[in-house]
Design a binder for this molecule. Structure first.
Ligand code: SAM
Length: 277
C-alpha cells in the first residue's frame, strides 16, 4: 500500500509526499511532533502537520539562515538562535571561527530529543554538545524580555506564526530583540514565502524598519517550503549586508551559500520589492 502525507500549505494547495515509514509520532506540551521517512526527501521533521526540514534539502535553509547574518557582522562573538530545535542552524553557527559562544533557546524539548534520535546529520552539534553551544529549553519570547546588550547576532529560526511561534512575530518581540542586541548587533528571522505570505512580509518589514536603521530581505530556493521561494528578513543596527567585503570572509565548505550568494540573495524581484514599499 502506498502511504502519502499532505501538508496544507494554503487553504487551496498542498504538498504531498510519499512516505516510506513513520519513525516517530508524539504530542508535546506545545505541538504534534512527527518524523517520517520519505522517498523524495529522506527523513523529515513535521510539526503540527507542517514540514520543517528534511535530510535532502535542509542545507539550503540552514546555511542561509546562519551564514548570511554571520558574515554580515564583522565579529560575531556571541550568537543566539531562537527556535531551531532540529539543530541545523546551530550546526552552521558553530563552524564560524569568530563565534565564541552560541546559545540556543528552543521551547520544545521533544523536538530536540527527536531530532537527536532521528536526524543526527542535522542535530550533530547537539548530540556531542559542541563546546561553543549552550542549549536551553525555554520560551524565546520570555528570554528576549530579560536580555540586554548581550548578542552580536540573533537568529530567529521559528516555525510559522501560529502556535508557540506566534509571539515571535510581534512588535513587542522585535523591540526586545533590539534591546538584547549590542549597539552594532543584527538579527535575522525566517519570514515565509513572498508568494503566499505577502501580508506577513509587509507587516514584518514595516515593524523591523521602525526599529532598525537597516532592514533588508533576502531569498533562497527551498524545495520543501510553500512555493519554493523563501525569504528571510534582517534588521541591523550598523552593518549593511550589501557592503560586506566578501574577499575577507572565512572559507567554509558549503553546498548552497557562497561569496556571490552572500550578496546576490539580496537582489529581489519587483513583486517582492513592492511588498516592502
Ligand atoms: N526551518 C523551519 C521552518 O521554517 O519551518 C523551522 C524549524 S525549527 C524546527 C522551528 C522551531 O521553533 C520549533 O522546534 C518550535 O518548537 C520552535 N519555537 C516555536 N516557538 C518558539 C518560542 N516561542 N521559543 C522558542 N522556540 C520556539
Amino acid at each position: 500500500m502506498e502511504l502519502w502525507f499532505t501538508e496544507s500549505q494554503t487553504k487551496n494547495i498542498g504538498l504531498q509526499i510519499r512516505v516510506k515509514e513513520t519513525l516517530f509520532m508524539g504530542k508535546s506540551e506545545f505541538q504534534d511532533v512527527a518524523v517520517v521517512d520519505s522517498h523524495q526527501f529522506g527523513r523529515m521533521l513535521v510539526l503540527d502537520g507542517v514540514f520543517q526540514t528534511s535530510i535532502a534539502e535542509e542545507f539550503i535553509y540552514h546555511e542561509m539562515i546562519a551564514h548570511v547574518p554571520l558574515f554580515t557582522h564583522p565579529n560575531p562573538k556571541n550568537v543566539l538562535v531562537i527556535g531551531g530545535g532540529d539543530g541545523g542552524a546551530i550546526r552552521e553557527v558553530v563552524r564560524h571561527d569568530a563565534v565564541e559562544k552560541a546559545e540556543m533557546v528552543e521551547i520544545d524539548g521533544m523536538v530536540v530529543e527527536v531530532s537527536k534520535q532521528f536526524l543526527p546529520e542535522i542535530s550533530e552539534a547537539m548530540i556531542q554538545p559542541h563546546p561553543k553551544l549552550e542549549l536551553k529549553i525555554g520560551d524565546g519570547i520570555q528570554y528576549m524580555k530579560d536580555a540586554e546588550n548581550k548578542y552580536d547576532v540573533i537568529i530567529v529560526d521559528c516555525s510559522d506564526p501560529i502556535g508557540p511561534g506566534e509571539g515571535l512575530f510581534t512588535p513587542e518581540f522585535y523591540s526586545n530583540v533590539y534591546k538584547a542586541l549590542k549597539e552594532d548587533g543584527l538579527f535575522v528571522q525566517q519570514t515565509e514565502s513572498p508568494f503566499y505570505h505577502q501580508e506577513l512580509i509587509t507587516y514584518v518589514s514595516k515593524e523591523i524598519s521602525a526599529l532598525f536603521p537597516i532592514t533588508k530581505m533576502y531569498l533562497a530556493n527551498i524545495p520543501l517550503y510553500p512555493s519554493g521561494l523563501h525569504c528571510f528578513t534582517m534588521g541591523s543596527k550598523k552593518y549593511n549586508p550589501l557592503e560586506v567585503n566578501t574577499d575577507n570572509i572565512q572559507e567554509l565548505k558549503t553546498r548552497y551559500h557562497n561569496k556571490d550568494i552572500q550578496k546576490s540573495c539580496f537582489v529581489l524581484p519587483n513583486f517582492v520589492q513592492d511588498l516592502l514599499k
